[in-house]
Ligand binder design. Structure first.
Ligand SMILES: [Zn+2]
Length: 457
């Protein structure tokens, strides 16, 4: 007997399992390093911060960080098991077969498959979200939600997801089935348009479903902020205060919208904690992101990555081993092109009957498999993305230091790090891999303010 070459489906199974295992080991190694590093520095506030941060706040940050890291590890392990259950253990295949025998093939079945997958996945994650909010955030005094608000958020999110998600899923599936070999290009255009639409409607239609936005009332702050924006050459449609305190004590500020529809949103929690000068500095930092076109760059990067993703999916969806290697049985025609050829020689009505009996389309399966499996591989580019993001943060800080007082930015950052209980002593390798924002020590050092001055309140 001749030795047959490694079947491609088996090669894919091995590649997937290896990447998953390597990813898990990396995540565990990094989290363990971070936990140990934080624990080692828990006893004393780092010298650079000793005048600005109390031992109590430092230890709270350490405990909060470690608790979240441990919980994150549990979640990671669990979601890997779920991923295996969907793929190699046959969960997605079973769901697909059950829906096929119940509904028969067609667009309805494909949308049902996507919906069922999202619902099952969402329900499995619920206990983690509950625990995170009502146990961890609660214990550290950050949670301001009650169960009623949590449930209402959940229901609104699900309805919104269905209202926005089902049409775009149907459109992509339609392109896959109807536009031939270059379907992925059309689907990518639709996806891009959908994302731009979301960006556009988010501030005016989506965000108000979850929070109240009121025009900034404080006249002196308004005058300050308007002056700063003019100085920086910005126009915004409005300055708003958002009731972030309804859900969480964590503070933030952000910019949304594009073109002339830009608006500035301050969390009420932020305004309560920062002095007017500090608010200026935080806003100047956000303006810095705009000045350096960081938001545009991020959108362009995401679009380029999604184009590559769609092109790859366009190719993978045609390969029988893509399904078989990930635990899914595709419909027969794809597995045996000869069968498709045989069908095409039959009278069209007969062929159509055969095709629909066999369940011709694997499009929804291909989409779901791709969404499930690609994060296992893209995890390894996390450090690249993080480094790019940290570079942008430094640039925005530098801009803020020109447009506002560096000392104000430094003291605002310290307050935010303290209020969010971010650790001041992270592990450098963990930072390099994951941190989208540089640690406080590096940001303050770049600002030339090694510690916040005493009494900066
Ligand atoms: Zn920033």
């Amino acid at each position: 007997m001749e030795a047959s070459p490694l079947p491609p489906s088996f090669a894919l199974t091995v590649l997937f399992a290896t990447a998953l295992l390597l990813g898990l080991l990396t995540k565990f190694w990094l989290a363990t390093r971070q936990i140990r590093h934080i624990a080692r520095h828990r006893a004393t506030v780092p010298a650079a911060f000793s005048s600005a941060v109390s031992l109590e706040a430092h230890q709270k940050a350490a405990d909060y960080s470690v608790t979240k890291l441990r919980f994150g590890l549990l979640e990671t392990a669990f979601s890997s098991v779920v991923l295996l259950a969907w793929t190699l253990l046959g969960g997605l295949d079973a769901l697909n077969q059950a829906l096929l025998s119940w509904m028969g093939p067609g667009m309805g079945q494909q949308l049902a498959l996507i919906t069922a997958f999202v619902v099952v996945g969402g329900v499995i994650e619920l206990p983690f979200s509950l625990y995170q909010t009502f146990v961890i955030e609660q214990r550290f005094g950050f949670n301001k939600m009650n169960l009623k608000l949590w449930i209402s958020d959940l229901v609104k999110g699900a309805l919104l997801g269905a209202a926005l998600g089902l049409p775009i899923a149907a459109l992509v599936l339609w392109f896959m089935g109807a536009t031939g070999a270059l379907w992925w290009l059309w689907a990518w255009c639709a996806w891009m348009g959908f994302n731009l639409l979301l960006l556009w409607i988010y501030p005016t239609f989506i965000a108000p479903l979850f929070n109240k936005f009121q025009p900034l009332q404080d006249e002196s702050l308004k005058a300050r902020v308007t002056a700063l924006m003019q100085r920086c050459g910005f126009q915004a449609q409005g300055l708003y205060v958002m009731d972030g305190s309804r859900r969480s004590a964590h503070a933030n500020a952000y910019f949304t919208g594009f073109g002339t529809a830009k608006r500035v949103v301050f969390f009420d929690t932020l305004l309560n904690k920062l002095s007017p000068g500090e608010v200026d500095a935080v806003l100047a930092h956000e303006l810095g992101h705009f000045k350096h076109k960081h938001i545009l760059k991020r959108i362009v990067t995401l679009f380029a990555i999604s184009l590559a993703g769609f092109a790859l999916l366009g190719w993978l969806a045609q390969q029988p081993w893509f399904y078989a290697g990930l635990g899914v049985t595709p419909s027969l025609e794809l597995l045996a092109p000869a069968l498709g050829a045989a069908l095409s020689s039959l009278p069209p009505e007969v062929a159509r009957g055969f095709s629909s009996a066999l369940g011709t389309s694997n499009d929804a399966l291909a989409l779901l498999l791709f969404l499930l499996v690609s994060p296992v591989f893209t995890f390894f580019i996390t450090p690249l993305m993080s480094r790019g993001s940290r570079k942008h943060e430094f640039e925005a800080d530098a801009y803020a230091a020109q447009q506002a007082q560096p000392a104000d930015l430094a003291s605002a950052l310290l307050k935010l790090y303290e209020d969010n209980a971010s650790t001041l002593t992270p592990d450098p390798i963990y930072v390099a891999f994951y941190y989208s924002h540089p640690p406080a020590s590096q940001r303050l050092a770049r600002l030339g303010v090694n510690a916040a001055p005493q009494g900066a309140a």
